[in-house]
Design a binder for this molecule. Sequence first.
Ligand code: DQQ
Length: 575
Amino acid sequence: MEIFSVRLSFFFALLFGHGVFELKASHHTYHTFQNLQESAVSATIQPYRTGYHFQPPKNWINDPNGPMIYKGVYHLFYQYNPKGAVWGNIVWAHSTSRDLVNWTPQKVAIFPSQPSDINGTWSGSATILPDGTPAILYTGINPLNQQVQNLALPKNPSDPYLLEWVKSPKNPVMAPTPENQINASSFRDPTTAWLGVDGRWRLIVGSKINRKGLAYLYRSKDFVHWIKAKHPLHSAKKTGMWECVDFFPVSVNSPVGLDTSTLGPHVKHVLKASLDDTKHDYYTIGEYDHVKDIYTPDEGSVDGDSGLRYDYGKFYASKTFFDSSKNRRLLLGWLNESSSVSDDIKKGWAGIHAIPRVVRLDKSGKQLVQWPIKEIEKLRTNPVHLPSQYLKGGSVLEVPGLTAAQADVEITFKVSDFSKAEVLDTSWTNPQLLCSQKGASVKGSLGPFGLLILASKGMQEYTSVFFRIFKGQNKHVVLMCSDQSRSSLNPDNDKTTYGAFVDVDPVHEQLSLRSLIDHSVVESFGGQGKNCISARVYPTLAINEAAHLYAFNNGSESVTITRLSAWSMKKAHIN
Ligand code: DQQ
């Protein structure tokens, strides 16, 4: 173990507070940039392409659409621009997989071809009908640029790869009209449908009325004729447009996932909205009254941007599906770039997907926990297990022998003496702001301790993911941060620091952190998946073999590393 060197202290000292500001993912069309990708890509080296995260060979991608398992094959459709590295010309690209790790590209499944989608084929979901056939509902943009909902069915249901999709002659099957008063520019992204005990299907579509976000409820007896219910399933003031809503049951007393139509005494429901205003995915946990068809969040489960998030970094327009082959609910999400639009065009691509996560209700019943699918572990190779050891205040420890730019690391910390914990000021209520004010370089007592990821040898660049423990009013409070401020010498990237409080009691529980590192992405899971933070980073020095991984403690008090296991990750076969 090396004592915190002058060099490292110096570089930490260079880190100081910066504002909490995020570049937003956007739907602006960059007309001048489209169709330019080809020449730019071939000449550019690609240190930021991922080794095991989902991405196509080139161009722009955003939301995951219609994920499902069908005849043993996983299907992922996604919003894709075939003509460039910025949003536009959106079609449903399609890839299939047997293991959710390796993916085979298929031809584009859904593209503008009929009046009800001629100006765009936007996000939607798949539902497996009782006879086993999948049905896709998606948003189309019609000639008046109105958002309407369309139905597509497989041409040949005996084909496990579902290559051809036929659009219903009844399209659109849901549309804004003067009678229903739906805002035609804010009516999109139908969910997977669920079947009620009365034999009718239900689904929701996101919308807004002024600043009130809402989920319109529709019902159907035949999946073709859909009738809007008088009331929405749920709405919340001042939350703006709800994109990519998702609604699904979770078991209260078992970790298994549930089919979307499951009801019962030991079932809670989750409603997720992707808030267009902030580009974050928020969820509540609550009760679904299936007779009144109303969802009510539990007390303390708050709608909107003061509520719970799937991920406190970059993660948007996500969607879950029930994996009936393994009885689990899986979550897929889009990780947009943090680089500039001109850098995206230079590299010829933008957007990746997160590693699929298993989602279940936490034992507390108050939040979800997420964990990367087990299958990803088959990419692990060359394990490095370090013995349990003290990490003194002001020290760093290199994790040797890894391909540190493409790795999976799990570390667990134990803190024994809490007497010196810094007192949490009652005004420190915004964890992201606190993380940006108290980055990795700001010495504390219990923390910051954690990982320095994608670090260059001279520490000119690193992304730090760490904890700090504070003394709260009647318990200890754990802050988890992902600090990107030193991630790259390139000034053009969005280096916002992310952070969240983790609901763990560090006196009785050890603090665990897992990070999936993949060239330009760091997906971190704190407290066994209670908090997730994903970051996109673009080191200029710490690339490929020049990347290093360290554990660090920049607090005054020692902590014990009780476990440190890391693996190099093999490359997956993706598209
Ligand atoms: N992306 C789609 C929309 C959705 C948005 C368009 C969310 O359907 O609301 O590409 O990122």
